[in-house]
Design a protein around this ligand. Structure first.
Ligand code: R5P
Length: 294
């Protein structure tokens, strides 16, 4: 097996290689003067099982092209198989034609990737209506969850906390995390008016007075969901409000909005690299990849 790190996930790729005791290299990627991509492999991957490690954020278009180029290059060199290990898999949120004429991104992505890679391993994809990615991808897709890692982090850093999911969809991981670390949890009800405007309200009762409120979510994009949830929770007198998420996209002014709303600490996993990415997913992903070969 050989690990090939693509631009968005070099640290994770290096750590995975160490855990798997496999060689690795980072692709050499550049741009021609007109913006076209240039890619070069510094090692030959003939007869090897290639594991491409690439997150779809930042620059999802560029990230996707890199995957296709690297997969095609692996084949051209005679790789035995090509696995895509995507810590954060993009393009899965547009899973239907909400308005007439819209392209259904996840289906296009599935069609494209299934042609280039033999299997995909990913962490907590943001699925709504499609429950199983294998119903749209023509290749096997192994999904693992970072819930356990988030739970360990929260248990270690936020003793005496309550876990809050900012919307009903987050109940699955908010409740599971809270159960595993034996604290209370609740979920809020969210109404989304646009990609930048949401409103949340309480669904059930929870006593957060004097406690640390940990708002957990699978993905933070504009930060508005967490910001609104934090504003609401602050009304009930918590000791402080923090947030822990799997995929810290932090688009635009997300950090600003969350801090303005009173979120004191922001932590995400390393599925997306940033100054807030402190929960390491390399071992989780490496184990999932290893299982594909046993
Ligand atoms: C919603 O279904 C997700 O779990 C997140 O709450 C959402 O994607 C966060 O988006 P934003 O940060 O833009 O409010």
């Amino acid at each position: 097996m050989i690990i090939v790190g693509l631009s968005n996930s070099l640290p994770v790729a290096g750590l995975m290689a160490r855990k798997l005791r496999a060689p690795w290299f980072a692709v050499e990627k550049n741009h021609f003067p007109d913006g076209e991509i240039y890619m070069r492999f510094s090692k030959n991957v003939k007869d090897q099982h290639v594991v491409l490690v690439q997150s779809f954020h930042p620059y999802p278009q560029e990230a996707l092209i890199e995957i296709v180029w690297a997969a095609a290059q692996s084949r051209a060199q005679g790789a035995k198989s090509v696995v895509l290990a995507a810590p954060y898999l993009g393009y899965v949120r547009q899973d239907k034609e909400f308005h007439s004429g819209e392209a259904v991104s996840v289906r296009i992505l599935a069609g494209l990737l299934s042609r280039y890679v033999d299997r995909i391993v990913t962490i907590d994809p943001h699925l709504h209506r499609i429950k199983d990615l294998e119903t749209v991808f023509a290749c096997p897709v192994k999904v693992v969850t970072a819930n356990g890692l988030l739970a360990d982090f929260i248990k270690k850093n936020y003793v005496g906390c309550v876990v809050v999911g900012p919307d009903e969809e987050s109940e699955q991981w908010a409740a599971a995390i809270a159960r595993s670390i034996k604290v209370e949890s609740t979920v809020l009800v969210k109404t989304r008016f646009s990609s930048q405007r949401v409103r949340v309200k309480l669904k059930g009762d929870i006593d957060v007075k004097g406690k640390i409120v940990v708002i957990v979510d699978d993905i933070i994009s504009s930060g508005k969901t967490i910001a609104e949830a934090a504003k609401l929770m602050k009304k009930f007198g918590p000791k402080r409000v923090v947030t822990v998420s799997v995929h810290g996209v932090f688009a635009g002014k997300a950090i600003f909005w969350m801090k303005k709303a009173g979120v004191r600490e922001i932590t995400s996993s390393t599925t997306i690299e940033s100054a807030y990415a402190k929960i390491d997913v390399a071992e989780l992903l490496a184990n999932a990849v290893e299982l594909q070969f046993t």
